[in-house]
Design a protein around this ligand. Sequence first.
Ligand SMILES: [Zn+2]
Length: 267
Amino acid sequence: MRDVAPEPAPARSTWYAEPAKVFDNLYFVGSKFHSSWALKTSQGIILLDTLYTYSSEEEIVGGLKKLKLDPASVKYVIITHAHGDHVGGAKLMQDRFHSRLVMGGPDWDWIEKSVNSYPEGKPKRDIEAEDDQKITLGDTTVTIVMTPGHTPGTLSMLFSVKDHGKPLNIAYISGQGFSFPYTVPNFDVYIQSQRKMAAAAARTGATILMSNHSLFDGAITNIKMLAARKPGEPHPYELGADAVARYFKLTEECAQAARLKPPAARP
Ligand SMILES: [Zn+2]
């Protein structure tokens, strides 16, 4: 992980996306490239990822308000890893709404050691995510799957949503990119995580794949398709269990190929 100061905020028109209700109990408050989701429970909200610092106020706080949801009801914020495009709004949620933050231990360590990455202040160390940990709020549970590789503390998640009352299982993945030095042991860790998450997704019968990058899972397109959806049509996010399994096979094979013949340089 590179400890460098964040780039200046790009123009709003390059990142801003409207918030949207996507399932009965899941709301998109992300940007054009990055995901933030509000999972509504009977006892408040579990927020998944927090974007860059520059976009978190308008997209998350503003988005929740636009959707008639109360940002102060966010009890937990689960952050997939401590890169600036996912952890940027964590401090805001912790300071203003006293949300509990959940993140992998090695990524908390990295935040604590960082000198340059948090010019506006660091989130304070809070809950350390563990494998198979259940984050439960009211009637809803998110299960953590530790998937190190992209960063040492990267986590993924499993949870259920409802689509017009029909329960659907989601595998929420994080850290797809090879953002690490190209060594065989690093690729081995990444590959193990793909296999582990594939097995976990299969166990829960996940038919939906969500990514912490809205650009990767087509969130903006899916939201447009949802608006045009006719009665009886499947939800645009629903891929089926086979497609979910193929995704993990693909990421595993890409990593296998890169492990055998690493690209010349890191991105
Ligand atoms: Zn990242």
